[in-house]
Design a protein around this ligand. Structure first.
Ligand code: AMP
Ligand code: MG
Length: 342
């Protein structure tokens, strides 16, 4: 793999190869969405199950309309209001425009216009719809730096454009408009509050997350974002409290007795109260009232834990307001829904 310029990456995409590029959410692994072999190469590089559809990135609303059909007023408004940005809209796909593999055989496609200037420049240069899931090996935390991509996909892809660290740090919000209501299939960079503020009815369709249920959207049934360590999410029922800090110290000591290498991901107030714990790797998630900071750092922290051979992670949860909803969604998935109310 090599570090690429936008021009080289565009040429590689046109030639049917796969390249990783920065977006405002996470790094994407792109391929020409019309080219079945290129799309297959994305699935192969990631080790992704073929029934998990890919999001298609385009440069403009017009380019989206060329791929999707039967758009209603709300869908058009969402495009105007939130694009370019971290909102993926699931729409009926026109027949024969994209490789069938992109949609995993569904009659819908998830589309968005990213806002990262490098992603936009790449799309404008290659003039292709680009299928791009996150540029990580399937199941691992998504990459938020070019180095993360290199670590995961190395020789498996043609190259990566280095655009620095991603702003949001978590994936896009995936929505579908059903009978005039916005169903959030996956919470992400655009919050439910932002959608409600425009007067839309929006609900988070939680049952889709349940891996035991029959998925209505294939992508939601797989485990995701997981570090190598066993991870438990601690949910303080009253936010920060002293009792939580005490419990945490005791728990860490007990685990260390078992020879575990422990890491704690804590909001700043808890972090400060607990203080440094001997032989425990401590990460601050920042202010619990600004969960976008926690969202921004989560995947990078989980990857650091993997690199440092951490075997046990205790991560503090927060309320599901604003960016907290997407953060908690990823945290719970990363932990296999292991949680403890404290
Ligand atoms: P990623 O794994 O980061 O590529 O995320 C892709 C997400 O978009 C998955 O959670 C998919 O379920 C969702 N998605 C993509 N295309 C569709 C679609 N046609 N219908 C429903 N969900 C989709
Ligand atoms: Mg992904």
């Amino acid at each position: 793999m090599s570090w690429m310029s936008v021009e080289a990456a565009a040429a590689a995409l046109i030639a049917g190869r796969t390249v990783a590029f920065p977006t405002e959410t996470v790094y994407g692994l792109g391929g020409d969405a019309r080219n079945a072999e290129a799309v297959q190469a994305i699935f192969n590089a990631k080790g992704r199950p073929s029934d998990n559809p890919l999001i298609v990135h385009v440069e403009s609303m017009e380019a989206a309309i060329a791929i999707a059909m039967e758009l209603n007023v709300i869908e058009l408004e969402l495009m105007q209001r939130f694009w370019p940005g971290a909102l993926t809209i699931v729409l009926p796909v026109r027949r024969g425009v994209l490789a069938a593999e992109v949609t995993a055989g569904l009659d819908t496609v998830g589309i968005r216009v990213p806002s990262h200037p490098v992603a936009l420049e790449l799309l404008r240069t290659c003039k292709l719809p680009i299928a791009a899931p996150s540029a990580n090996r399937s199941g691992k935390p998504s990459p938020t730096t070019a180095q993360h991509v290199q670590d995961d996909l190395g020789a498996r892809i043609a190259g990566v454009i280095d655009g620095g660290a991603c702003d949001v740090g978590l994936e896009s919000t995936v929505v579908r408009v059903v009978n005039g209501k916005i169903h959030i299939l996956r919470p992400g960079g655009v919050t439910i509050e932002q959608l409600l503020a425009h007067g839309y009815e929006a609900i988070y369709v939680r049952e889709l997350e349940d891996s035991a249920s029959v998925p209505r959207s294939p992508g939601v049934k797989y485990t995701h974002y997981a570090p190598q360590a066993e991870m438990e999410v601690w949910i303080g029922q009253h936010g920060f409290n002293i009792g939580l800090a005490e419990l945490l110290k005791n728990e860490c000591m007990a685990f260390q007795g078992d020879g575990q290498r422990i890491a704690c991901l804590l909001f700043q107030d808890t972090f400060q109260t607990v203080g440094e714990l001997k032989n425990v790797r401590m990460f601050s998630l920042g202010d619990r009232n600004q969960p976008e900071n926690a969202a921004h750092d989560l995947y990078a922290f989980l990857r650091t834990c993997d690199q440092e051979g951490i075997t046990r992670i205790i991560a503090e949860g927060c309320t599901e307001e604003g960016a907290g909803l997407a953060f908690m969604n990823r945290l719970l998935k990363a932990s296999g829904h292991r949680m403890r109310l404290v």
